[in-house]
Design a protein around this ligand. Structure first.
Ligand code: SF4
Length: 320
């Protein structure tokens, strides 16, 4: 049954998108019908898009993802946790818990089981040399170990399948919302969601939590979510977010703001910061170049501006 909160939030999302998108990215008559057109026209808004501090960069997201240890260890880690939890006896005795000591052998077993991997990820892993595979395995063990220390080993945690992105289309729109979600757990009060993150800002973490609930309930129109927990292995902390109107409205408003930027990128103002040094638009952005003290077209780096600090690296996802 769809809860009244989900219905209210879905209506807020629909009204907000109507206001900023009008007939753009609309499905049905006048919008894309064939699946090829829909794929081309679909506006995908991911959780991390909502965290972008510079409106101009948010309006033109970089398409520069590449597989590296730091960008793949979470997905491989989920394969490992799914296998570790999947080894539970069919009818576990009361209080049965996963053995965290089995982590190392399970990582090796997953590396020997191609059919559980997303194809593209498996092919990338196969392209690595021995040192590269060892680095990936070490990164996966570290990630899993950090998560297990925070989340525990209770049997009823259901780890997400990294082959199945958490993405839903907004009804009536060629707009897809994608969320970061690592695990779910059913309770009497409703579903609990788990997101593993290294986000340092409390507001960013709240947006991540809100987007996960938004995708799970208001767009998918399914389970009632009772709580979102953010696990932060770098700091060893868990942060619980109660699902209420304020959390959902924050997520909806961020999605609508972001959709407005994407559909009218020429109106998006620059907001220079230290992260300009890594920006894919720097060559064509006077404000960013000025902020860094260099001319457009000149490659910026630590010598042109300030030293690249840890926060810059975190923003780019290059931190371990
Ligand atoms: S260079 Fe800086 S101000 Fe310009 S778009 Fe990039 S992040 Fe924004």
């Amino acid at each position: 049954m769809v809860s009244s909160a989900a219905t209210r939030v879905a209506a807020r999302l629909e009204a907000g998108l109507d206001e900023v998108l009008g007939d753009a990215h609309r499905r049905g008559p006048g919008g894309p019908g064939r699946s090829a057109d829909l794929r081309r026209d679909r506006l995908v808004i991911r959780s991390h898009d909502l965290l972008e501090p510079c409106p101009r960069r948010a309006s033109r997201p970089a398409d520069d993802y590449e597989d590296r240890v730091v960008t793949t260890r979470r997905r491989v880690g989920l394969l490992v946790l799914r296998r570790l939890w999947g080894e539970a006896p069919p009818v576990p005795p009361r209080g049965w818990r996963v053995d965290p000591g089995a982590l190392g052998p399970t990582v090796r077993a997953v590396f020997d089981t191609p059919d559980v991997w997303p194809l593209q990820l498996w092919e990338w892993t196969r392209s690595l040399d021995q040192a590269g595979r060892a680095a990936l395995a070490a990164g996966v063990v570290t990630w899993c170990d950090g998560v297990i220390r925070l989340v525990g080993t209770a049997r009823d945690v259901s780890w997400c399948d990294p082959s199945l992105p958490i993405r839903r289309d907004v009804p009536g729109r060629a707009v897809g919302l994608a969320a970061t979600l690592d695990a779910t757990r059913r309770t009497m009060e409703g579903e609990r969601l788990l997101v593993v993150t290294g986000a340092a800002s409390p507001t960013a973490r709240r947006v991540l939590a809100g987007q996960a609930v938004l995708v799970r309930t208001a767009v998918a129109r399914r389970d009632r979510v009772a709580r979102v927990t953010l696990a932060m292995p770098p700091s060893g902390q868990l942060e619980h977010h109660v699902v209420d109107d304020a959390l959902l409205d924050l997520a909806v408003d961020r999605v609508v703001e972001h959709a407005a930027l994407r559909v009218r990128p020429d109106d998006a103002p620059p907001r220079p910061s230290r992260s300009c040094v890594h920006c894919h638009l720097l060559d064509e952005c006077d404000a960013g170049s000025e902020h860094l003290g260099c001319r457009p077209g000149v490659v910026a780096g630590p010598a042109a501006g300030r030293p690249v600090d840890d926060q810059d690296r975190r923003h780019q996802g290059t931190s371990t």
